[in-house]
Design a protein around this ligand. Structure first.
Ligand code: HEC
Length: 349
């Protein structure tokens, strides 16, 4: 799994140092070298107070030795922040290294547990990091405890205001029924000048995936867009209660550490990769996007390139299928003025 795609994302930009900030960081390092780092500069502020200077000796290094550790660290640590807080208040990135700053006594016990897990060598390794993350994640994110409470928050998704389609692919052996509010797709498309632009969803967008076994919902997964550009990953079991993993033939997928693997990687999956052509079956059978034939629009699919582009770590084909459906109706003279405006703005028909 490569990391190229990640570097193009907005969320990376938000949480990383830009070239200008990098330069400023060097100035600070020069002044306070070798152990003190001006984190204020990471948030773009040029005059520092004493509180904004962090002593790296009082921090632990997060050294996960994973190809894709960067998004995982920023995603998980960002989950502790209140809206508008800077990640630099709890962790700093210096070159390719991340440091977790000693938490203030008032901060979350889960953040303290993560800091303590580093042990005496003051290096937080994957074996120490992963169990703490997995056992605390839902609590840290204050995740809705049941499918019913998720519905209370977002509304029932089995209504026409939600766009929906079914697929069988590589995330699970089960057939998946996907849901996203039409207004969320519309909002993200309205931000584009051209179909090739990055498709980014608004804060608070939810995408739901129900796993079906002979028509019965046996698992529900959800992604909810956070204010910091990352998504939260959630799984519920057959009983509608939070689950720590999602079933998969060899090993279950663990929340959230393994969700990040595929969603932040750049590997293309079937059947989205081949769409609108048919995909070849996989080891557990058919792989398909179950949509009407007239939604299978090759030129539109190629110009959006949604699955490979995965601008927002979203792997389904929501924008493509949503627009394909509008285009079909527009040809029959059934599209609304707002829909015609949208496809006109994108230069597609
Ligand atoms: C093996 C790769 C893989 C892993 C691991 C994975 N996913 Fe996915 N996920 C996909 C693919 C491919 C799609 C798009 C097609 C689909 O929905 O089946 C997707 C789609 C989704 C969606 C719908 C939004 C979207 O991106 O289209 C949700 C919600 C979701 N996954 C949740 C999770 C959760 C929760 C986990 C961790 C338990 C997880 N995923 C782990 C591959 C993966």
């Amino acid at each position: 799994m490569g990391g190229g795609q990640f570097f193009e994302s907005r969320s990376f930009f938000l949480l990383s140092s830009s070239p200008t900030l990098g330069k400023l960081t060097h100035v600070v390092l020069y002044k306070w070298a070798p152990i003190i780092l001006g984190v204020a500069l990471l948030s773009g502020c040029s005059s520092k107070t004493a509180e904004e200077i962090v002593d790296l000796e009082d921090s632990v290094e997060i050294r996960l030795d994973k190809g894709e550790s960067q998004p995982l660290i920023a995603f998980y640590l960002g989950g502790f922040l209140q809206k508008g807080d800077s990640l630099a208040s709890i962790a700093v990135q210096l070159g390719s290294k991340w440091y977790l700053i000693k938490p203030k006594p008032s901060t979350s016990p889960d953040l303290q547990a993560l800091f303590d897990a580093a042990g005496e060598d003051k290096i937080l390794q994957w074996e120490e990091f992963e169990p703490v993350v997995r056992s605390s994640y839902y609590r840290v994110r204050n995740t809705p405890l049941t499918v019913d409470s998720l519905k209370a928050l977002f509304g029932d998704w089995n209504v026409p205001g939600w766009f929906s389609y079914e697929t069988r692919g590589q995330m699970t052996e089960y057939r998946r029924r996907l849901f996203i509010k039409r207004e969320n797709i519309k909002w993200s498309l309205e931000q584009l000048d051209s179909p090739s632009d990055a498709i980014l969803y608004d804060e608070g967008t939810a995408i739901i995936g129900e796993h079906l076994d002979q028509g019965q919902i046996i698992e529900t997964t959800a992604m909810i867009k956070r204010w910091d550009g990352y998504w939260d990953y959630i799984a519920y079991g057959k009983n509608g209660q939070l689950a720590l993993s999602v079933a998969k033939s060899e090993d279950p997928l663990l929340v959230p550490t393994q969700c990040i693997g595929c969603h932040y990687g750049n590997r293309a999956f079937e059947p989205e990769r081949s769409f609108p052509r048919d995909a070849r079956p996989g080891p557990s059978g058919e792989r398909a996007v179950y949509v009407p034939e007239f939604w299978k629009n090759q030129s539109l699919t190629s110009s959006i390139n949604e699955h490979v582009k995965r601008s927002d770590h979203v792997l389904g084909l929501y924008a493509t299928l949503f627009l394909a459906e509008i285009i079909t109706r527009s040809k029959k003279g059934e599209a609304t003025a707002a829909e015609l405006k949208l496809i006109d703005q994108l230069g597609i028909d």
